[in-house]
Design a protein around this ligand. Structure first.
Ligand code: MRU
Length: 366
């Protein structure tokens, strides 16, 4: 998408043909910094410490990490080591393991001499595929926004609430939850987005709000606890969120707080949609609540908040007593029964085993 009038993806091959450049998301919205990752260790740090984040982007970055490793050492042992090192960086988003498995499946049977070229080619394909998947999700989600707009008075805005950042910054381009929104704006539909701040790391306040502002999407930043109130007062027409892992039966794991939005949406009869590319579906898992590992991050993310000081410096300030410990589960699971529909690249599925299998018959088991 556009940054200052120039098109950017979130990740691209450096001109040296070996390293990858990424937008270092830790400094947004205050500073736009690009950094180069040259080793598999660089890539592991960038994923673990959330220089890049968002399920699809984590997967693509890991794929490039495997390619970078192949350039250094393309042996079987190095391949397996890189897989392990990258896989343990973040446990919840399944796109990471999906992309690593894609790379290993391709590379293992190849002669060592052919692995480097094949690895860079496949990583680039995974990146391009992500863009295409998101475009298709956008079209399928746009149809839903159009239906809602058609029920409104002419010119009346469609209010969409989103949580965390499932925007272009979380993917290679377009985003998942935001793709339908960007297409709706292009189609001239008057949309307005309520952006949850998304504590503790504030991906909504820092990233989604920046994206919306950058693309002229009317939006309002709200605290995480405001969504239910707005829903009760008819201010929200639909919720669209992304997901880090959706199970074969349609349970949705996403950024902590998503479940509360889904509960409030259900209570107020507001459609709750989840936008996802198929690599985010974990076909091996049926029960999201018990089978998905929930990342527990540092309590410092809760105790401190990052922002820009009056001096222009980016600083972290403590918001809680020094003596109060903090807990930080990073994701929660929204049961399928609370989800109105799953917006995928192939269409909108019912959040159920049969619903997903109808769109992805090749994955139907039993
Ligand atoms: O911890 P993060 O910032 O990586 O979490 C991101 C999310 O939870 C997104 O909603 C999810 O990855 C979907 S991104 C298209």
């Amino acid at each position: 998408m556009n940054v200052g009038g120039k098109h950017f993806r979130t990740i691209w091959l450096n001109e040296d043909g070996r390293s990858v450049d990424i937008i270092d998301q830790r400094w947004l919205p205050h500073e736009f910094r690009v950094v180069t990752l040259s080793t598999v260790d660089d890539v592991a740090v960038a994923i673990r410490d959330m220089w890049v984040r968002g399920a699809p982007l984590i997967g693509v970055t890991a794929a490039y990490g495997m390619a970078i490793q192949m350039r250094q050492d393309a042996s079987d042992a190095a391949l397996d080591d890189a897989w392990e090192k990258l896989n343990e960086t973040r446990p919840t988003a399944i796109n990471l393991r999906w992309a690593l498995d894609e790379m290993r499946k391709l590379l293992k049977p190849l002669p060592v001499a052919e692995r480097v070229a094949a690895a860079y080619k496949r990583a680039a394909e995974i990146a391009d595929e992500d863009v295409e998947l998101n475009r298709s999700i956008g079209g399928n989600g746009l149809a839903i926004i159009k239906q809602i707009a058609a029920r409104k008075k002419p010119g009346e805005r469609v209010n969409i609430l989103t949580h965390c950042n499932a925007g272009w910054l979380a993917t290679v381009d377009y985003g998942t939850a935001t793709a339908p929104i960007y297409l709706a704006v292009e189609a001239g539909i008057p949309v307005h987005v309520y952006v949850d701040e998304t504590r503790p790391r504030n991906q909504g306040a820092q990233l989604t709000a920046w994206e919306m502002a950058g693309h002229g999407v009317p939006h309002t930043l709200i605290v995480d606890n405001a969504g239910g109130h707005l829903m009760q007062h008819g201010e929200v027409d639909m919720v669209i969120v992304g997901t880090d892992r959706t199970t074969a039966n349609g349970d949705v794991c996403n950024k902590i707080g998503t479940y509360l939005k889904a509960l409030a949406a259900k209570d107020n009869d507001i459609p709750f949609y989840v936008a996802l590319p198929s690599p985010t579906i974990d076909w091996t898992v049926s029960d999201g609540l018990t089978e998905i590992p929930i990342e527990e991050r540092s309590g410092d993310e809760v105790s401190y908040v990052q922002g820009k000081a009056a001096t222009g410096e980016i600083v972290q300030v403590r918001v809680s007593p020094e003596t109060s410990p903090s807990g930080n589960p990073a994701f929660d699971v929204t049961p399928a029964r609370l989800v109105t529909g799953l917006i995928t690249e192939r269409g909108v599925a019912k959040a159920s085993r049969d619903g997903l299998a109808a769109l992805f018959p090749e994955r139907r088991q039993g």
